[in-house]
Write a protein that binds this ligand. Structure first.
Ligand SMILES: *Cc1c(COP(=O)(O)O)cnc(C)c1O
Length: 400
């Protein structure tokens, strides 16, 4: 049997990072507010804002920090109800709790996107803010979400941690709501080990986030275009110290020109495997919504006709035996994306039968941009063979 491709190693960091890191190590100039101007973190913020077409970008230590600071920047009262999708990473409800708010979970459908009927119904239960997590880069119906929130003047934060490069009607995901948040953790499109970014067009939100991220005293003067807003908030906000340091910026900046290629390759890889899986009667890969141009680095698909959890677990095991790691979100123990494992949320576990049913049959496989066609076909072959091994002879009737 051919060796299964390695889907865990990251791409090398571009060579250009090396000289800059050497310079920083030589000078010891690692703190973003040490230099009088143009520190690597400041340059990264400028470049990222230009890339996204937003007025402001604030570099922080993680996307989780960006989500927390977004909620704090909105100045929500203690205990405010924040609507989030029930299918996301545990960091999202965690950020809501960290900001002293109450997460309210909304149903997610079999296509991994927010159930708009449930969203609309829950929006009128005293919701103060909406945090849309584009989980695994799947974009929910942002036209409906933004319209429903605008009618009620409810602010929208976008968790675009896994959506760098995704477009909605040609507009960049992360720039549709009041604030967008991105991650540079190693499993995301741009890899700095850890890191995050917050983008917004609102000078007051930007100034509040900058100060709370740890711009103490007059360090805010090293951020462009916020003079009036900063004057308003000086000494009036707590400092949470969630800054990015210069070494991270040095690793991220040379990756920005790689984004378009990674997005293009990742999408082509995903779509190739999606066609292969959709040709098999045991799989369904939900299509993107019409306004959506995706930027995937992994693939999610539903098991079809797998009546029992035992069959779905057997599929996971058969795929692993063929060298391909697949997680059924709801069937791997303590999975951080299964809402029933978020027991740190106070109160009874909500009843979310739609999301639960999806999680019990939805599979997750990494598919990094660097894979070749041959490697992609090996993965698709292994997945099809694993399903056939579980479902037995029946599948042969389908011919392919
Ligand atoms: C990775 C991820 C996060 C958390 O990002 P960190 O930078 O690790 O804090 C949040 N939301 C989603 C959808 C993610 O994929």
């Amino acid at each position: 049997m051919p060796l299964a491709p390695n889907v865990h190693d990251a791409e090398p960091i571009p060579e250009a990072a090396r000289a800059e890191i050497d310079r920083l190590l030589q000078s010891g100039d690692l703190f973003r507010y040490n230099a009088a101007a143009d520190a690597p973190v400041t340059l990264l913020e400028r470049e990222f804002a230009t890339l996204m077409g937003t007025r402001f970008a604030v570099a922080v230590s993680s996307c989780s920090a960006a989500l927390f600071l977004s909620l704090k920047a909105l100045d929500l009262p203690r205990g405010a109800r924040v609507l989030i999708p029930a299918f996301t990473f545990a960091a999202v409800p965690s950020a809501v709790i960290h900001a002293d708010c109450q997460p309210v979970l909304v149903e997610v459908g079999a296509n991994y996107r927010i159930d708009i009927d449930d969203f609309a119904a829950k929006l009128d239960t005293g919701i103060a803010a909406v945090l849309i997590s584009h989980m695994r880069g799947h974009t929910s119906d942002m036209d409906a979400i933004l319209a429903l929130c605008a009618e009620r003047q409810i602010p929208v934060i976008e968790d675009a941690a896994h959506s760098l490069g995704t477009l909605w009607h040609g507009r960049r995901i992360g720039t549709l709501g009041a604030i967008g948040c991105f991650s540079f953790q190693s499993y995301k499109l741009v890899n700095a080990g850890e890191g995050g970014m917050l983008v917004t067009d609102d000078p007051d939100l930007a100034a509040r986030a900058v100060i709370m991220s740890g711009a103490y005293e007059h360090n805010w003067k090293k951020h462009d275009g916020l003079l009036n807003s900063f004057a308003r908030w000086q000494n009036r906000l707590p400092l949470y110290n969630m800054r990015m340091q210069n070494l991270s910026a040095a690793v991220i900046r040379p990756q920005l020109p790689e984004i378009d290629r990674r997005v293009r390759d990742g999408r082509a890889n995903h779509d190739h495997v999606a066609v292969r899986l959709n040709a098999c009667p045991w799989f369904d890969v939900p299509p993107p919504l019409p306004p959506e141009t995706r930027a995937p680095d992994s693939i999610q698909f539903n098991l079809v006709g797998f009546e029992s959890d035992a069959e779905a677990v057997a599929f996971q095991n058969e795929a692993a035996a063929r060298g391909v790691s697949v997680q059924v979100f709801g069937l791997s123990r303590d999975n951080a994306r299964a809402f029933w494992n978020w027991q740190f949320i106070e109160g009874p576990l909500p009843d979310l039968p739609g999301t639960r049913a999806m999680l019990m049959r939805a599979c997750d496989t990494r598919l990094p941009a660097k894979l070749t066609r041959v490697e992609l076909d090996l993965i698709a072959d292994a997945l099809v063979a694993a399903a056939e091994a579980v479902k037995g002879i029946e599948t042969r009737a389908y011919g392919t």
